[in-house]
Design a protein around this ligand. Sequence first.
Ligand SMILES: [Ca+2]
Ligand SMILES: [Ca+2]
Length: 189
Amino acid sequence: MTTHRTYPSGFTLIEVLVSVSIFAIVMLVATGAVFTIVESNKKTHTLKSVMTNLNFALESMARDMRVGSNYRCDGVGDCPSGGTTFIYKANRDVDGDGFYNIGDGNDQIEYSVSGGRLMKRVYSNGLPAIPITASEIQITSMKFYLYGSPALDNRQPKVLITIQGYAGTGQTRSDFNIQTTVSQRSIDS
Ligand SMILES: [Ca+2]
Ligand SMILES: [Ca+2]
């Protein structure tokens, strides 16, 4: 003899609706979180490559300055209170005319900031200054503090460079404050 017992089976419409709603909400939140992570990852990546660009520009500037000579700040000599342009004589034919003479006014390089970008200008190839940092980087201040540039002052020319600025906007904005010191390698006095 068999007995039929009744078990509650299946789901009521309300249960199904509630489950589906909860599932939908959870999925929505999870998807949103994934998108946020992907987006911020993308921004972090962009910021990283931008900062790599800045570091590369500063590194190459410092490396070339070090082997140069005749350092001048704002067109004159020392500027202990900070100048905005820096000129030096490169150690080779940088203007591409096939000549190099340590004593003439050619083959000089000038660095300054314009429109938030680090600009490099080569004398005297007649070409305008070119930006060497990415447009995503905004340099708000760049100062050169030069000491020891006069001959026979028993000090090697030495320049402290300070750079402030930022990259990115809003929540991804990242500020930087960089300092670097360059000493002229060849003995001046
Ligand atoms: Ca030259
Ligand atoms: Ca000196």
